[in-house]
Design a protein around this ligand. Structure first.
Ligand code: 5GP
Ligand code: MN
Length: 336
């Protein structure tokens, strides 16, 4: 990783000296946005009691086991309180996102316009956030790893307790596909080794995240693969699209299509996977790649999104079929 020693030190000084600190992260929270937010929250609490987490929207239910998840204030359901907290903040952490749009339009505007000093800690390409401190490293597998480095490089390892370590472990585990993606480094494993010394129950975290699926979720996934998977052998691509009605048939809850795109990618001779999910406000798209093809460029250029080379997402206001057909044409042209 590129050295950020000065940035980490300045950030720690700001933690000590600020009056009201707020931690934000992107819409549709995942393990890394929650893990980095909650670990940083617990860490800051040891030095400064005036810290809050404000996220755009609710986490999927498979994160309900996290005791402190209820401490996160949601802009979507608690707008007035969140507006007040942001207005009173003098230090705002922007975790795991590279563009204020990732907070959603209204919440993004609110945070962007705030006079508070901003500290961005992120690992996505092309950051466009104007911040007081920018700790952005695309070679790092997860934002949670960068939160670990903040604690480590400011000589605060003694402050590391189980609630911090558990959340860091969760963030690193989920953003590395359980320590298997190319972005995993020997440092990732060193960090995990240090976290395990804090005596966290790592297998409980795996079980809670990966082996606690609802029956509806598994049935939706099975239906999607049996009935809806379209393979384009010529283009080494697999696509699933699901309509609102199909989601309703399986009592869809937020997070129920999580992992589906990776199941497509797990098929031999499929190198690009895409899912198109019809929600009431438009089509949410996820892209994955095993290499050869960088899906973040496709997501960014053609689907109002972005992400990492091998895992990206986007959004479309088209009809479901239109969005899928457009994707097929782009793939046929081998266009990024
Ligand atoms: P997922 O497919 O799991 O929703 O997202 C995979 C990755 O793509 C995320 O880690 C995030 O970096 C990125 N991503 C997903 N949706 C969007 C989006 O709407 N805009 C941008 N810029 N990135 C996204
Ligand atoms: Mn991340």
């Amino acid at each position: 990783m590129n050295g950020f020693l000065n940035e980490f030190r300045t950030t720690f000084q700001e933690i000590l000296n600020s009056t009201n600190i707020v931690i934000t992260s992107h819409k549709s929270p995942d393990g890394d946005s929650l893990g980095s937010s909650l670990s940083l929250y617990h860490f800051i609490k040891k030095f400064n009691p005036n810290v809050a987490i404000c996220h755009p929207d609710e986490a999927p239910h498979y994160f309900d086991w996290i005791t402190d998840i209820s401490k996160i204030k949601l802009f979507e359901t608690n707008k007035d309180e969140v507006i007040k907290i942001i207005q009173e903040a003098d230090l705002i952490f922007c975790l795991d996102f590279n563009d204020f749009k990732r907070l959603g339009d209204d919440f993004g505007d609110l945070v962007q316009k705030s006079d508070a000093k901003k500290v961005m800690i992120d690992h996505h390409q092309n950051p466009s956030i104007n911040s007081f401190i920018s700790i952005s490293d695309t070679t790092i597998a997860s934002t949670s790893e960068l939160i670990f480095e903040l604690i480590f490089q400011t000589d605060n390892l003694l402050a590391m307790d189980a609630p911090i370590a558990e959340m860091l472990y969760m963030g690193i585990m989920t953003d590395t596909g359980s320590f298997r993606f190319p972005s995993v480094s020997s440092r990732t494993h060193e960090i995990i080794s240090i976290l395990l010394k804090v005596k966290i129950n790592h297998s409980k975290i795996h079980e809670k995240i990966y082996d606690s699926n609802s029956l509806d979720k598994i049935r939706l996934k099975s239906y999607a693969i049996v009935e809806k998977l379209e393979v384009l052998p010529k283009y080494l691509t697999g696509i699933i699209s699901l309509t609102k009605e199909e989601l309703e048939r399986f009592n869809y809850k937020k997070g129920d299509t999580e992992g589906l795109v990776n199941s497509i990618l797990s098929i031999e001779n499929i190198f690009v996977a895409a899912i198109f999910i019809e929600h009431k406000d438009g089509i949410k798209i996820s892209f994955r790649s095993k290499g050869r093809f960088f899906v973040n460029e496709l997501a960014n250029k053609h689907f109002n999104g972005g992400g990492h080379k091998y895992a990206a997402g986007g959004f479309s206001s088209e009809k479901l079929e239109q969005a899928v057909n457009r994707f097929k044409k782009l793939i046929a042209k081998n266009e990024k």
